[in-house]
Design a protein around this ligand. Structure first.
Ligand code: M6R
Length: 632
């Protein structure tokens, strides 16, 4: 369930890096490398680790590029150590380089740190420390943390490491999740968090501890985890209970949670790429998403967030959806669903725009934040702004316990499992499923849709996964078609109504993994400009599954064809007319218009996937992108 948290400070931007830590009786380095691999999706321009031996000997290794480079670097080294911290970086302060990679060490080499976040006042601190003779090696903001820590110990004489960390953090402004090793304290790791997530996995009887910037590096070892809250400092030592205090030195009782996430859900499961696995698992994860919520025997939908907040939601004067990227496209479809079924106006905004204007929020506004990761910085900041202005916050989130989930007053988890591929696929269809459930259930509660329509729609929604399975059978044909598009330089995606946001989503999928320029347009707008681009080299993907505008779709396709454009159409089974004019047609099972985007998105995902594979690109980790966009 969503948990309201007062402590999430959303004003600070965070860095898209991954953190892993381990202390216990096993060899730390394989655990750290394995964990970094799982976190590589967060950022991947360099990686590094620090190991602390029982005698206080510290070894630090760093490599530019993927985690595999770090693995290569350490493979012949003697790394026997049960305590270590590691990091995979996505550069913001200072170029990707070995020097700028984490871990960073203090001047004397006593402390090593890995950090996810941004220290906003780093320049001032750095100047001050340099004035006192401290030498900096990197261009990063992170290095000030570790040098300031050393200053607290040597210049201020603070002997206890946790106290020195506390004094350090009191001087910094910014966001951080940090892990620190101290050569004088073998076996110990100090952790702290502010606005960046940090999770501790607890081994049997506190015999060992695992640390991650999310739970994915931890779940193969333990399911018992503690999510640190903002302004907390923790100390982990094998054989002792975790000790947590706040920056203000108040003791905190650890709250251990049991995770349901399985390791299988993090593996590729026989597929060549996570993206393909995630496309193919959509029917199953959508069944999971609907389990216990869509009740076929009663032809109804039960959503606890709706039951417990029915007053606010049924009386909402307006919904404002805030999100980014794919989640924003889901929001645009959500707008049509909610307006059609609930008769309540909906605005959809890029979170990044919303947060930097002065949006008018009325007291009966409900803000819906949509996010796969639950960590997108712009969405978090937009929520914070909406909260300050008195809006009721509702979340549609995939990652359980994430910052957005904790910030929302209530909401609905998509429950599609971990999504690793940078290109969002199952998270999108999960969001559409949740939005459909929400709009139908709310419309029924408000009486803005009839019982008959509601019951039929619920039954149809329940069977959507079966229809997706049929579309997935078309994979080989789509792969074949993709061969003809692989060398196109531009693509146009067109659709109307519910299919317009889908056209934008199809274009986003293609551009982010195949680096081909693509644009999604409302089909009727084509003649107001984009038609000038159409020639024999311009493939046009047309999603033509909206019944009431079917004839108009045919006219639009003919306009493209008469300018020699190549048309790739997605149509319903039984279609004759579009299939005749299009160069290629993929037929998807017939569904109601409002549910068709869930089904029609599958061929768009597969097309983008196969084009990228044909081009030999890294589908799961496209250049310049990261899975969680935790910077502005
Ligand atoms: O985790 P979120 O849903 O908040 O992420 C929003 C976008 O960053 C994300 O959808 C991005 O556009 C994906 N790479 C799209 O495939």
């Amino acid at each position: 369930m969503f948990v309201f948290s007062e402590h999430v400070n959303l004003k600070k931007e965070r860095l898209m890096c991954g953190i892993v830590g381990y202390t216990g009786s096993r060899e730390a380095s394989p655990i750290l490398i394995g964990g970094l691999r799982r976190l590589e999706y967060r950022g991947y321009d360099s990686a590094g680790l620090a190991l602390l031996g029982e005698d206080g000997d510290m070894q630090v290794y760093k490599a530019v590029g993927k985690v595999a480079n770090l693995e290569d670097l350490i493979k012949d080294k003697n790394l026997s150590s049960g305590t270590g911290i590691a990091h995979t970086r996505w550069a913001t302060h200072g170029a990707p380089s070995t020097i700028n990679s984490h871990p960073h060490q203090s001047q004397s080499g006593r402390f090593a740190i890995v950090h996810n976040g941004i220290i906003e006042n780093y320049a001032v601190i750095r100047k001050r420390l340099m004035g006192m003779g401290y030498t900096f090696r990197s261009e990063t903001d992170t290095e000030v943390l570790v040098q300031l820590l050393e200053y607290m110990v040597t210049n201020r004489g603070i002997t206890d490491t946790v106290e020195a960390v506390r004094a350090t953090l009191k001087e910094v402004i910014g966001a951080y999740a940090i892990c620190i090793l101290d050569r004088t304290r073998p076996g110990e790791i100090i952790l702290a968090k502010q606005s960046s997530p940090l999770v501790v996995g607890v081994g049997e009887g506190n015999s060992e501890f695992f640390v991650g910037s999310d739970a994915s590096p931890i779940v193969e070892y333990t399911k018992e985890v503690i999510y640190l809250e903002d302004a907390q400092i923790a100390r982990i030592v094998p054989g002792q209970p975790i000790s947590i205090t706040t920056i203000e030195n108040r003791c905190v009782q650890p709250h251990v949670q049991h995770l349901e996430m399985s390791i299988g859900s993090l593996e590729k499961g026989g597929y060549d790429h996570f993206m393909l696995k995630e496309i193919f698992e959509q029917p199953q994860v959508l069944r999971d998403c609907m389990r216990g919520r869509v009740l076929p025997s009663r032809h109804s939908i039960v959503l606890s967030a709706l039951s417990s907040h029915s007053e606010v939601l049924t009386h909402a004067g307006r919904f404002i959806i805030i999100s980014c990227g794919t989640s924003w496209h889901a929001g645009l479809i959500g707008k049509q669903l909610i307006e059609n079924f609930c008769d309540t106006p909906v605005e959809v905004e890029y979170a990044s725009e919303f947060r930097y204007r002065n949006p008018v929020i009325r007291k009966d506004d409900v803000v819906i934040a949509i996010s796969q990761s639950g960590e997108t910085a712009d969405t978090l900041a937009a929520m914070q702004l909406a909260k300050e202005k008195g809006a009721f916050l509702f979340g549609i989130v995939n990652v359980i316990g994430s910052s957005i989930a904790r910030t929302a007053t209530t909401g609905i988890y998509t429950h599609v499992g971990p999504e690793v591929g940078v290109a969002s696929t199952k998270a999108f269809t999960g969001q559409l499923t949740v939005l459909s459930m929400f709009a139908l259930a709310l419309g029924h509660l408000k009486g803005t849709i009839t019982d008959g329509f509601y019951h039929e729609a619920v039954d149809e929604l329940y069977h959507i996964p079966d229809k997706m399975e049929k579309v997935l059978e078309e994979d080989a044909r789509i792969a074949d078609m993709a061969k003809q598009f692989t060398y196109a330089r531009n693509f146009l995606y067109l659709g109307r109504g519910y299919n317009y946001p889908l056209a934008m989503e199809g274009a986003l999928k293609l551009k982010e993994i195949s680096y081909i320029h693509a644009e999604g347009y409302p089909a009727a707008e084509m003649k107001h400009g984009p038609i000038a681009l159409i020639d024999a080299d311009m493939p046009v993907v047309f999603v033509a599954t909206q019944r009431h505008i079917y004839d108009k779709a045919i006219s639009n396709i003919q306009e493209v064809k008469s300018r020699k454009g190549k048309v790739y159409a997605i149509v319903f089974e039984g279609d004759e007319n579009v299939s005749k004019v299009a160069d290629f047609a993929i037929k998807v099972p017939v569904t109601s218009d409002f549910l068709s985007p869930i089904v029609s998105t599958v061929p768009l995902q597969l097309l983008a996937y196969h084009v990228a594979v044909n081009k030999g690109l890294n589908v799961d980790m496209p250049r310049n992108l990261a899975k969680s966009v935790t910077v502005e």
